[in-house]
Design a protein around this ligand. Structure first.
Ligand SMILES: [Zn+2]
Length: 107
C-alpha cells in the first residue's frame, strides 16, 4: 500500500528488516481499513501539516479541518457533521488521521 510509505516517512518510522517493514505496513493498513484512498490522503495531509492536536484525554484529539474548523475526534467517533450523523460509520478523514496517528505513536 502506497500510503504506508507516506505514513512511515511522515512519522519517521524507520524499519531495518523486511519483516519489520511488512509488520508496519500491516498495522497501518489495518488502522485505515474501510477508509477510501482519498480519505487516507487527506488524513496524511492533516498529519503532515500538524493539524492533529492532543487533548487532556488519552484517546481524544482535536483535528483541524482544511477550512480551519476544529473537531474533537477519536478513532471511532468524531464531532464533525458526518461524524455526528453517522457515528463510526462516517469514516471521515478526521478519524483516519487519528487512527494513523495513534498507530504511528504506538510503533
Ligand atoms: Zn470527522
Amino acid at each position: 500500500m502506497r500510503e504506508c510509505q507516506k505514513v512511515a516517512s511522515v512519522f519517521g518510522m524507520e524499519t531495518v528488516t523486511r519483516d519489520q517493514a511488512a509488520d508496519r505496513d500491516q498495522r497501518i493498513a489495518a488502522a485505515v481499513a474501510g477508509f477510501t484512498t482519498t480519505q487516507v490522503s487527506k488524513a496524511l495531509k492533516v498529519i503532515a501539516e500538524n493539524r492533529i492536536k492532543t487533548t487532556e484525554f488519552d484517546r481524544e484529539y482535536v483535528v483541524v479541518g482544511s477550512q480551519g474548523d476544529h473537531y474533537l475526534c477519536a478513532e471511532d467517533a468524531c464531532e464533525c457533521p458526518n461524524g455526528r450523523r453517522f457515528g463510526i460509520n462516517a469514516r471521515c478523514y478526521h478519524m483516519a488521521a487519528v487512527r494513523l496517528y495513534t498507530t504511528a505513536m504506538a510503533a
